[in-house]
Design a binder for this molecule. Structure first.
Ligand code: NAP
Ligand code: ZN
Length: 356
C-alpha cells in the first residue's frame, strides 16, 4: 500500500513530499489513518544526520494520533473508527525481561517508529509525517480524550511519556520539589505533569520571554538559568531535576541545586556531549546523575489515561505539511509555544513516486 508522506532524501536537504510503502496488515496489525503528528526535536536531530546512522529517505514522526482504519483477525479491543496513538515504539522482541516488565523502551530488539531496520519489510521504519501506518496491536495506545483535543494529544506520545516516566520512577508528588530545565516540547509537558502529580515545580529557562507563560503551565517559580542570584536561591533544595535541554551545557550549575540524595535525569539528547561534570558535586551529597528514554507501552497508556482524566493536553501550534521546514527553524530558535503539530490531511502528492 502506498501512502503520501513528508521526509528528506539527505541530511542537508529540506523535507519534501514523498510516496512510501506500508506493509499489508497482518493478523496482529492495526492500520491507522494518521490525523496529526507532533514535531519532536529528535525528528530534527535524526533527519539532519546530527545523530549517527540516519537512513535516507527519512520520514520522521513519533507523536502520532489518528483513527483505526482496519484490524487484523487476531486484534482484540481495537475497531475501525477508534481514536488511537502511536509513540516512539512500533515493535520489540516480546520475550526479554524488559518486554516482560513492560519496559519495551529498554528492549535490545526495540524497533523505533522511524529509522530502524525492520524484519518484516525490506528497508527501515518510516514515521508519522505520513497518511497511514501499520502497527502491531501491542504498541497501539488508546486515546480517551474528546475528539476536539486530538491534535493536542499527539505530543503526549513522546514529550508526555518522556517526562512522565522519570517523574513516576523518581516518585514526584506532594512534598517533592521538582525542577524542569528547558521549556520546550518536553519541558512544558514536564511542568504540567509534575504539577498535576502534586509536586512543587520550578522551571529553568534561558528565555526571559517564557517566564510568565511557565507559571500558567503550572510552575510555582521560574528561574532564568543565566542569573547566578536566582540560581543560588535554590541551592541544595531539589529532590528531582528533569533536564530536557537539546544542547550541551554546564551540568554542575544544576547538580548543586539538588539536595542530599537528589537526582538529575537527563532526557535531552544533544548531538555532542555535555562538558563532564565535577565528580565532587555528585560525591558530596550522594547525588545521582541519570538518564531516561521515553517509556514503556503500559506506562504510556497510564500517562494518556491520567491526562484524559485531568484534562491535560499539550500547548500546540497546528501547521500544514508545507510548513515543516520552517517549523524546524523556529524550533531551533526556541520560537514555539510549545509544540508544532502537523495536520496530516495537508499532505499532498509528489510529482515523482519515491520509496526507500
Ligand atoms: P525543544 O522543543 O527544542 O526544547 C528544548 C528546550 O531546551 C528549548 O526550548 C530551550 O528552552 C532549551 N534550550 C535549547 N538550547 C539550549 C541551550 N543551548 N542552552 C540551554 N537551553 C537550551 O526540544 P524537545 O522536543 O523538547 O526535545 C528536547 C531534547 O530531548 C532533544 O535533544 C530531544 O532529542 C530529546 N528527547 C529525548 C527523549 C528521550 O527519550 N530521552 C525523547 C524525546 C526527545 P528555554 O528556551 O526554556 O531555555
Ligand atoms: Zn520525540
Amino acid at each position: 500500500m502506498h501512502v503520501l508522506a513528508y521526509g528528506a532524501q539527505a541530511g542537508d536537504q529540506p523535507l519534501e513530499p514523498l510516496r512510501i510503502e506500508r506493509r499489508h496488515p497482518g493478523p496482529d496489525d492495526v492500520l491507522i489513518e494518521i490525523a496529526y503528528c507532533g514535531i519532536c526535536h529528535s525528528d530534527l536531530h535524526q533527519v539532519r544526520g546530527e545523530w549517527a546512522g540516519t537512513k535516507f529517505p527519512c520520514v520522521p514522526g513519533h507523536e502520532i494520533v489518528g483513527r483505526v482504519a482496519a484490524v487484523g483477525r487476531q486484534v482484540i479491543g481495537f475497531a475501525p473508527g477508534d481514536r488511537v496513538g502511536v509513540g516512539c515504539i512500533v515493535d520489540s522482541c516480546k520475550q526479554c525481561q524488559e518486554c516482560a516488565e513492560g519496559l519495551e523502551n529498554y528492549c535490545d530488539g526495540m524497533i523505533g517508529t522511524y529509522n530502524f531496520a525492520t524484519p518484516d519489510v525490506p528497508g527501515w521504519t518510516l514515521g508519522g509525517y505520513s497518511q497511514a501506518i501499520v502497527v502491531h496491536q501491542r504498541y497501539v495506545l488508546r486515546i480517551r480524550h474528546p475528539e476536539a483535543q486530538l491534535a493536542a494529544v499527539a505530543p503526549l506520545l513522546c514529550a508526555g511519556i518522556t517526562t512522565w516516566s522519570p517523574l513516576r520512577h523518581w516518585k514526584a508528588g506532594p512534598g517533592k520539589k521538582v525542577g524542569v530545565v528547558g521549556i520546550g516540547g518536553l519541558g512544558h509537558m514536564g511542568i504540567k505533569l509534575a504539577h498535576a502529580l502534586g509536586a512543587q515545580v520550578v522551571a529553568f529557562t534561558t528565555s526571559q520571554s517564557k517566564r510568565e507563560a511557565a507559571k500558567s503551565l503550572g510552575a510555582d517559580d521560574v528561574v532564568i538559568s543565566s542569573d547566578a542570584g536566582q540560581m543560588a536561591a535554590h541551592l541544595q533544595s531539589f529532590d528531582l531535576i528533569i533536564n530536557t535541554v537539546a544542547a550541551p551545557h554546564d551540568l554542575d550549575a544544576l547538580l548543586v541545586l539538588l539536595k542530599r540524595d537528589g537526582a538529575m535525569v537527563l532526557v535531552g539528547a544533544p548531538a555532542s556531549p555535555h562538558p563532564a561534570p565535577n565528580v565532587f558535586n555528585l560525591i558530596m551529597k550522594r547525588r545521582t546523575l541519570a538518564g531516561s528514554m521515553i517509556g514503556g507501552i503500559a506506562q504510556t497508556q497510564e500517562m494518556l489515561d491520567f491526562c484524559a482524566e485531568h484534562g491535560i493536553v499539550a500547548d500546540i501550534e497546528l501547521i500544514t505539511a508545507q510548513h515543516i521546514n520552517q517549523a524546524y527553524e523556529r524550533m531551533l530558535r526556541g520560537d514555539v509555544q510549545y509544540r508544532f503539530v502537523i495536520d496530516n490531511a495537508t499532505l499532498v502528492p509528489t510529482a515523482t513516486p519515491t520509496r526507500p
